[in-house]
Design a protein around this ligand. Structure first.
Ligand SMILES: Cc1cc2nc3c(=O)[nH]c(=O)nc-3n(C[C@H](O)[C@H](O)[C@H](O)COP(=O)(O)OP(=O)(O)OC[C@H]3O[C@@H](n4cnc5c(N)ncnc54)[C@H](O)[C@@H]3O)c2cc1C
Length: 516
């Protein structure tokens, strides 16, 4: 993270002003988690902020849909206690109450490779400092042999000595490193990939060691409570559209939905720049030269242009590449080099309860993680809204790194997965499936490929006051809600720094005397 931390909500009426007395203005482009975080931080610091979102809803990649009255998410999302920026955002949205955070990490792991009932292990922590907090779980983990368990402990201790920021780690795969640590294919499947595929969206064979070290060191080898799992008990849309929209509007942010930005250009110093998008698009490149004032920006819309002192561009990388003015990045083509990685969710409704656990991870089957949406919604006081109204149960099966599945027809996915769920859940064998549908996100995350760290730009561009945000920017985290929230905080901090640095144009402190 760069720049300052998030600002505390401003006192009512505090406005950040330019030298001439006009309020400082920001435009944030993109209403996903990164853009929402940035817009709130800017508004909280007294900057008049407009948030542009191309779609009719906020939330970006974290959203909900409705199917025959059943609220469903585009994909199951989880976070961890160590996701401090994301949890800050939840609090800022007054939406923590729409989530549940485990008091202590506890993940049941069902192994379906043997005939009969699956064997259950548990990855749960005890009240001890890291890394001892996981020692009893590992010692009793039935999916590894005693030799494999001892080997896993040795590898974990070796990983604690690696620095995720070391560029050399981004040039080797996680799998190569695990092999060098003597990890068996079984240990990779039953332990490292179990966590790694879900968090990195790639198996160890295709994941950069740098990102893997980031995940394991932060989540499992740092603070003992870091990996306690948090899950929304409400639909994602209730948090990232409804609560976000309310918080933004309460903070005074102007939220414009269905409003795509078409370009960013320097503002005309004579003030005529807002006249038309076509003329502005034809303006010469930044920085320097040409008629534009590089200290202010024009954000071009379909029918007009908005003038701003700072702009935060919080859209996916290929969109950012198209919107950035020439010269804003040294190597803008890098933004087009991110490879997308898919996640597929299978939504299954049974006519009766088939699972008591709130969630589990699976081995010995193609099923990865299963979430009991009915039980999770009941934990949040919304039992009837999640498939329990007819006495049934609604499960979401989350499949990361789903390259094989993402283009399969619904019927084939049904044939592929329902027998596997029946293998894992004995009660599902006698149950009737009342609905089965699929959500496919082809670009759920960027692929954590070797060398991906080199593609990820920091918040600051070469144009003063034009900042980048998004889970794909240089946060050090894989593409996650935490990465997105961190990037939003970083971009807002850098935008405020840019305002402060404009020699004499800005009053460095919030002017509390003038009403918004
Ligand atoms: C199925 C699935 C499961 C996932 N699971 C997890 C998980 O368990 N845990 C986790 O932490 N993360 C998970 N993620 C990743 C997480 O959702 C993303 O990393 C995060 O939401 C990205 O947020 P963002 O703001 O960076 O980008 P985005 O969400 O992509 O937001 C960008 C926004 O910009 C808008 N936009 C684009 N172009 C323009 C334009 N020209 N003008 C205006 N607006 C524009 C888009 O419409 C979009 O709303 C998952 C993602 C998916 C899809």
């Amino acid at each position: 993270m760069t720049g300052r931390g998030p600002a505390a909500p401003r006192p009512a009426g505090a406005v950040r002003r330019r030298e001439g007395g006009d309020p400082a203005r920001a435009v944030v482009i993109g209403g996903g988690i990164a853009g929402t975080t940035a817009a709130l931080a800017l508004a909280d610091a007294g900057v008049r902020t407009t948030l542009l979102e191309a779609r009719p809803r906020l939330g970006g990649l974290a959203f909900s849909l409705e199917r025959d009255g059943l609220p469903a998410d585009n994909g199951q999302h989880v976070f961890m206690r160590c996701c401090t920026a994301y949890r800050r955002l939840l609090r800022r949205l007054d939406a923590e109450r729409l989530t549940r955070l485990q008091p202590r990490l506890d993940v049941p792991v069902l192994d379906a490779s043997r005939p009969g009932a699956p064997r259950t292990g548990r990855l749960r922590r005890v009240a001890a400092p890291a890394p001892l907090h996981l020692a009893p779980a590992l010692a009793g983990y039935p999916h590894l042999s005693p030799v494999e368990r001892a080997g896993a402990v040795r590898a974990a201790l070796a990983m604690r000595r690696l620095d995720p920021g070391d560029p050399a780690l981004d040039r080797q795969t996680f799998a190569d490193w695990l092999r060098r640590q003597g990890q068996s294919p079984r240990a990779v499947a039953a332990l490292w990939d179990l966590v790694g595929v879900a968090t990195l969206n790639a198996p160890a064979e295709r994941a950069s060691l740098a990102l893997a070290v980031k995940v394991f060191r932060t989540g499992l080898l740092g603070r003992a409570d870091a990996a306690d799992i948090g899950i929304a008990t409400a639909p994602l849309g209730a948090i990232h559209h409804d609560a976000a929209g309310q918080a933004l509007r309460r903070a005074g942010v102007e939220v414009l939905l269905r409003t795509p930005a078409r370009g960013i250009r320097p503002a005309d110093p004579a003030g005529a720049g807002a006249a038309g998008a076509a003329e502005a698009l034809a303006a010469p490149a930044l920085p320097g030269g040409g008629p534009g004032d590089p200290s202010r920006h024009l954000v071009l819309l379909d029918d007009r242009a908005l003038e701003a002192d700072v702009v935060v561009l919080a859209v996916p990388p290929e969109r950012a590449a198209a919107l950035l003015p020439p010269g804003a990045l040294v190597e803008p083509e890098r933004l087009r080099a991110f490879r997308p990685a898919p996640i597929v969710n299978l939504h299954v409704r049974y006519d009766r309860p088939v699972l008591d656990l709130p969630m589990f991870a699976a081995l010995g089957t193609r099923v990865q993680w299963v979430f009991n949406r009915t039980r999770l919604a009941a934990a949040g006081g919304r039992g009837t809204a999640a498939g329990a109204d007819d006495g049934g149960q609604y499960l979401a099966v989350s499949q990361s790194a789903a390259t094989e599945d993402v283009d399969l027809p619904l019927r084939e996915l049904r044939e592929r997965y329902l027998p596997e769920l029946a293998r894992l859940l004995p009660r599902a064998r006698a149950a009737r499936v009342t609905d089965f549908f699929v959500t496919r996100e082809r670009a759920a995350t960027f692929a954590p490929d070797l060398g991906v760290a080199r593609l990820r730009p920091p918040a600051r561009t070469r144009v003063p006051g034009l900042l980048l945000a998004g889970a794909w920017t240089a946060t050090g985290w894989p593409a996650t809600m935490e990465g997105a929230a961190r990037s939003g905080e970083a971009a807002a901090g850098a935008a405020l720094d840019a305002l402060d640095r404009r020699g004499g144009q800005w009053r460095p402190s919030i002017d509390r005397k003038v009403a918004a």
